[in-house]
Design a protein around this ligand. Structure first.
Ligand code: F6P
Length: 356
């Protein structure tokens, strides 16, 4: 049995992409007569026909390397059906590349946007398999995406380092964790890092409640406060605004979520509050052991699906079992943190405030 597989990584990168690519390739070479075409920079490469057949040796030595050897780009799903100034019909162009490369299937590694386009291509008749990656862990249908646990380790390490300097100076430190729409990373790293306050987009915060915690701690023998805030967190007043207006307000003030909160707290409590934005550090470097394993399992399952000619699906983890969901059922479905999630209950039960 021979299979010619196209593979691409799309959207924001994360640790574990190369481990997953390696998993697909190694299992495919083991299981059947595989040819693998690497598509460069995500859907851009598929649209422009920018791809090349890869050698088996190219999948060696990449398990521990961060980022993606294929390159990535953000090609928004909402633009896929639009004809731009270049007059290119992107969907037709992607189908053309798939055909010209004589692909039997396409494996797309990505987050929500990537999965929406994967589903579109599946509906257009291509054989597509998705693999769920993102440090945000916000893909419906899988307990975890790969990249999340590494980012969680990094973010936790950052909170740990902030802890000691916060304690020395008796300051309020506001650490901004990645995650615009979902607070998974902030929630997990906040709990792991022993934050006093965790603020996530799913629970708009009451500034008075946050100020109360900071004041109480400032007056106690602790003196300092650690706040983990998601980049997409908002206060209750902001939550009343339309998304467009909220973003415009933030942009006009040049304030990130953490800088905005630090200023609010300085005004409300009169303490010294500093904001820290680790940004893309959270997405860089070598994947942790958990992500190496998850990526490998996901990649191998994709190869099994190719062997069995099961397409139009995305690989997922459900209760420690690797399985797959129909792309049509999960593509574009968000996975915010449920406000009654066990981890929130746990955090509240040890006295962590969510500003609610
Ligand atoms: O989707 C992952 C993510 O890291 C988000 O947490 C963050 O909001 C966004 O990507 C940042 O995107 P970019 O790398 O394009 O600035």
């Amino acid at each position: 049995m021979k299979r010619r597989i196209g593979i691409l990584t799309s959207g924001g990168d994360c640790p574990g992409l190369n481990a997953a690519i390696r998993g697909v390739a190694r299992a495919a070479y083991e299981m059947f007569d595989a040819e693998i075409v690497g598509i460069h920079d995500g859907y851009r490469g598929l649209i422009e026909g920018d791809c090349s057949e890869m050698k088996r040796s190219q999948f060696s030595g990449i398990l521990t390397i961060g980022g993606t050897i294929l390159g990535t780009s953000r090609t928004p799903f909402r633009d896929m059906r639009k004809i731009g100034d270049d007059q290119v019909d992107k969907v037709a162009a992607m189908k053309k590349t798939y055909k010209a490369q004589k692909l039997d299937c396409l494996v797309t590694l990505g987050g929500n946007g990537t999965h929406k386009t994967a589903n579109l291509l599946a509906k257009e008749g291509l054989n597509v398999i998705g693999l769920p990656k993102t440090i945000d862990n916000d893909l419906y249908g899988t307990d975890f995406t790969f990249g999340f646990h590494t980012a969680n380790d990094i973010a936790t390490g950052i909170i740990d380092r902030i802890h000691s300097t916060a304690a020395s100076h008796g300051r309020c430190m506001v650490i901004e964790i990645m995650g615009n729409k979902a607070g998974w990373l902030t929630l997990y790293s906040g709990v792991a890092g022993g934050a006093d306050v965790i603020l996530i987009p799913e629970i708009p915060y009451n500034i008075n409640k946050v100020a109360e915690v900071v004041k109480r701690r400032a007056e106690s023998n602790k003196g300092f406060t650690i706040i983990a805030i998601a980049e997409g967190a908002m206060d209750r007043e902001e939550a009343k605004l339309k998304k467009k207006d909220r973003e415009a307000k933030r942009a006009a003030s040049h304030f990130s979520a953490s800088a905005y909160l630090a200023q609010q707290l300085q005004e409300a409590v009169g303490v010294e509050a500093r904001s820290v934005v680790p940004g893309h550090i959270q997405r860089g470097g070598t994947p942790c052991a958990y992500d190496r394993i998850l990526s490998t399992e996901f990649g191998v399952h994709a190869a099994e699906l190719i062997r069995d000619e099961i397409y139009g699906v995305s690989v997922a983890l459900k209760g420690n079992q690797v399985h797959h969901n129909l792309l049509s059922e999960i593509a574009g479905v968000p996975k915010p943190v449920p406000v009654d999630h066990q981890m929130i209950v746990t955090a509240k039960n040890i006295g962590i405030s969510f500003g609610d």
